[in-house]
Design a protein. Sequence first.
Length: 276
Amino acid sequence: MGWSDLIGDGLGSVATEMFGPAFTKDNSIDTCQPGEAEVRNQLDFTNIFFSFPTTTRTNLFGRFVDTSRLAFPAYITSFKDDFNMNWGAEEVFGRSDPIAIYKNTTRSISFGLMIPCYNREDSNENMKKINTLIKNLYPSYLKENTGAMVLNNSPLIRVKFANMVVNHTNPALGLLGYIKSFSTDFGIAERGVFLDSNYTGGVVLPRAIGFNFVMTVLHESTVGFDGSSENRFLGSQQYPYRTKERFGGQPGGFLGSKAGLGSDAATAEITGEKPL
């Protein structure tokens, strides 16, 4: 059984993305800075979404769907997209150059985020989401009759961010893959903490929550050109990033230097409806 079997129809089912938000309410929308909440509610692409197709699933209408989708405001500190082509080389007698044999092209995405916390409640909600994200870096197990725990599913993840991290055959979906490394950076020495003595033993909550991860992408469809059809790119020409087919007038969705999450820019300025 491969990873595609574990997630059912590529988990490419739109149901996963449609049902995810309904099952998992993002409580940080209620605790974050009001301007941030307005932008995130109205502009879905200002969030980065995580879902966990093989570890937190519920049987809905006879099929498994992910019920634990997370959304973080896209306070991105770094974003890197690596494409690595792997070749073999066969040495041939009398030939100066080896014969190059193509093997595959792999993709790896590196992300860094730094989430500012508005108050203690906001920090606490964001810490809950970090806990959920870290827990889903571990696999799921089945308990045998003997009491032994047997590995059931590996911890795959799906990540979506605007038009930059998206499934090119179905733009409603993010990219499927697995996390190779994950680290947190609470920056306590630089930014300080919130203290809450109302919890048993007291709680220390970061004023900003940073995390970095490296994700290896698992391609859910064949990526390349169709040699039998005038070299048309398979699936969609919108690979790997979705772009506008044409521009007419002022481009919408352009983020100027003053616009962005946490700034004083209004929604109309961020979408391009009002000049910055």
